[in-house]
Design a protein around this ligand. Structure first.
Ligand code: THU
Length: 134
């Protein structure tokens, strides 16, 4: 399928997860406007609040390399169930998503995944547009 490589990159990225506290490894990958892919893992910290989720690691890597437009995102957790992105990551996705209909691919394994639009997982959202209209 169209997002095979994105899915593979998210699965690969999970291997680098730094999770001495939760032992819950997450991997993510984002597709940017020019077709390049950035991946990331969760990076935990002894001060738990300093932990960075996999999705945000991937997004921040893309943005810090000059890619501000995200066309798709894939994420995989560490259980037999599907791991949905946390609320903070959904908000960060909105900031850089090409539009609210980009696919968020929630992966169980290479062959089993669910595709939702960003709008489906964070409806009624607050974005830069709200501020621009103020
Ligand atoms: N985690 C992610 O990386 N992404 C999510 O969307 C959910 C949570 C990580 C953060 C922490 O390292 C571990 O999973 C347990 O919360």
């Amino acid at each position: 399928m169209k997002y095979d490589v994105l899915i593979e990159k998210a699965i690969e990225a999970r291997e680098a997860a730094y999770t001495p506290y939760s032992h819950f490894k997450v991997g993510a990958a984002v597709l940017t406007e020019d077709g390049s892919i950035y991946s990331g893992c969760n990076v935990e910290n002894a001060s738990f609040g300093a932990t960075n989720c996999a999705e945000r690691t991937a997004i921040f890597k893309a943005v810090s390399e000059g890619h501000r437009v995200i066309k798709a995102i894939a994420v995989i957790g560490d259980t037999k169930a599907y791991t949905y992105p946390c609320g903070i990551c959904r908000q960060v996705m909105l900031e850089f998503a090409e539009n609210k209909d980009i696919p968020v691919i929630i992966i169980k394994n290479k062959k089993e995944f669910i595709t939702k639009t960003l709008d489906e997982i964070i409806p009624g959202s607050f974005t830069k547009k709200d501020l621009d209209q103020a």
